[in-house]
Design a protein around this ligand. Structure first.
Ligand SMILES: Cc1cc2nc3c(=O)[nH]c(=O)nc-3n(C[C@H](O)[C@H](O)[C@H](O)COP(=O)(O)OP(=O)(O)OC[C@H]3O[C@@H](n4cnc5c(N)ncnc54)[C@H](O)[C@@H]3O)c2cc1C
Length: 279
């Protein structure tokens, strides 16, 4: 399904395309508009070690391509694609060369945060990656453990991308009410501005952005991050005011789980997709 023509119609709002060239074309276009990028070769849990190694090769090509297109571009990855379900050793073997390559080119590897089954392992691997080169970790504001994790990454001087969180999590681990998540996002944003290292605020929520701006940060102290295809008006507004804006640009054939999370976040997207299919 993921490569069929109707699938392409379904996914094109949020995904740059199936091939690396499609992702690079978007990086180029965004660079022209003054927007930074985090290029993501889509993919999550793999079922064999060979697949994990192949993903590492693909990620290296993605990183090199992105840097070639735009000096400030970075790579964003999910550790389950590189063998997190198998072992820490295999995962590190696959991701450390990426961090070293990024460091040599003045770029960075950003490590997405997946479901709570992986939080602890992801943070542990991130700590080792940070010793090899420039990385950014992701913290999800809906988790009760978040404040401690931010302190842990601040202690390692690892920059944090703060998002609300995109997975279905149980009530003993994650806040279930939007108002609680929003409050915690604001609390964590303040903590990152006070004690963090070059934080990134990943959100399309104007209330979260206003909260960050109300702390009167310096323009070079942080960046705002948004997802490709979402709230272009807000991107333009922040750019116009002189803030750094980075878009997360996913490409690849394994778009289905990513796409489903975007639909779940906003029921109106289901109508958007249905209309696209009927046209
Ligand atoms: C750059 C970036 C990286 C991310 N990385 C991770 C990660 O590693 N791990 C993780 O768990 N989550 C990640 N997320 C997803 C995040 O956790 C949220 O699920 C998602 O961003 C929606 O939350 P919000 O802050 O935009 O606020 P919300 O309160 O959900 O939305 C605020 C407004 O944003 C717009 N909006 C939000 N989502 C959509 C959508 N899907 N389609 C259209 N409009 C929308 C709407 O106008 C909405 O009213 C990332 C998000 C961004 C922007």
């Amino acid at each position: 399904m993921e490569t069929s023509p109707s699938a392409r119609v379904l996914s094109r709002r949020f995904i740059a395309g199936n091939r690396l060239e499609d992702g690079l074309a978007v990086v180029r276009e965004l660079r022209g508009r003054g927007i930074l990028t985090a290029l993501d070769p889509l993919g999550e849990n793999v079922s064999t070690e060979a697949e994990a190694r192949a993903a590492a090769g693909n990620a290296m090509a993605t990183l090199r391509g992105a840097i070639g297109e735009a000096a400030g571009a970075v790579l964003s990855i999910k550790l389950t694609q590189f063998g997190l379900d198998f072992s820490q050793e295999l995962t590190l073997e696959n991701v450390l060369p990426l961090v070293r390559e990024a460091g040599a080119a003045g770029s960075r590897v950003e490590v997405d945060m997946e479901s709570t089954a992986y939080t602890e392992r992801t943070l542990a691997i991130l700590g080792t990656m940070a010793g090899a080169g420039p990385v950014r970790g992701v913290i999800q504001a809906y988790l009760y453990r978040t404040a401690g994790d931010i302190e842990r990454l601040n202690g390692l001087r690892v920059p944090v991308r703060l998002c609300k969180g995109a997975y279905n999590e149980p009530a003993d681990l994650a806040m279930q009410r939007k108002a609680d998540v929003d409050e915690n996002y604001k609390r964590m944003a303040t903590a990152l501005l006070e004690k963090g290292t070059y934080p990134a605020f990943a959100t399309h929520d104007p209330a979260m952005i206003e909260h960050v701006l109300a702390q009167r940060p310096a323009k070079d102290q942080l960046e705002f991050q948004m997802l490709y295809g979402i709230r272009r008006d807000l991107q333009e507004r922040l750019l116009g005011e002189g803030w750094r804006v980075r878009l997360y640009v996913p490409y690849g054939e394994a778009w289905y789980p990513y796409f489903m999370r975007r639909l779940a976040e906003r029921p109106a997207n289901v109508w958007f997709v249905a209309k696209g299919l009927l046209r």
